[in-house]
Design a protein around this ligand. Sequence first.
Ligand SMILES: C[S@@+](CC[C@H](N)C(=O)[O-])C[C@H]1O[C@@H](n2cnc3c(N)ncnc32)[C@H](O)[C@@H]1O
Length: 208
Amino acid sequence: MNNLIRIGKLLYTKNLVPGVSVYGENLRVINGIEYREWNPKASKLAACIIEGFDLKLEANSTVLYLGASSGSSISHLSDILVNGKIYGVEISKEMIVRLINLAEKRKNIYPIFDDARNIDNYKDLVNDSVFLYQDIPQFDQVDIFLKNLSIIKEKKGLLVVKTKSIAVNKKLKEVLELVRKQLKSVKIIKEKVLYPYYPDHVGFLVSG
Ligand SMILES: C[S@@+](CC[C@H](N)C(=O)[O-])C[C@H]1O[C@@H](n2cnc3c(N)ncnc32)[C@H](O)[C@@H]1O
């Protein structure tokens, strides 16, 4: 992916807004270019990339991102998708206000204040997306992902499952069997526990 480099166990993205740190992350000049540190301990998306998930995104790709929060991880996608778009869906009022502030400085971020279950509210806005990313710790997270996958242009995505949100008392293996069954309508390209960063989270890269 453009504007993304890896040094040891850390990722760096070329800062779209030079001089500005979004959430307190370190800024570092490498070969005369300013980068923002993207620590896999602070971002499940970064952990997925470090763990070898190949998202195959281009500088002009459009991504639908569910569970945007205040936009820490989205800000790095914003560095990478310089000519693209990131639609960030977020249910929390407090978080969406922070995401809107971020989007004022980064014009490729489009905040959507909604429950990601309510696809009818925003499907016409996001249907040019070529990739879906989801980080939503809800019991019905797989259903939410599949619903949203059905409304985007290219049926590809990365689902980060928080296993404890599906069943707190079940073993990881049992929850994963359940998730695989729920994902039977799509092809699982890669599945990996995000150990050591998020041992109770599992990434599923899929295509429809
Ligand atoms: C773990 S945080 C996401 C962190 C973010 N992906 C990042 O790396 O910067 C999960 C977010 O999902 C949001 N969320 C939970 N349920 C949701 C739903 N049904 N629709 C949209 N957002 C939801 C929460 O408010 C929270 O901000």
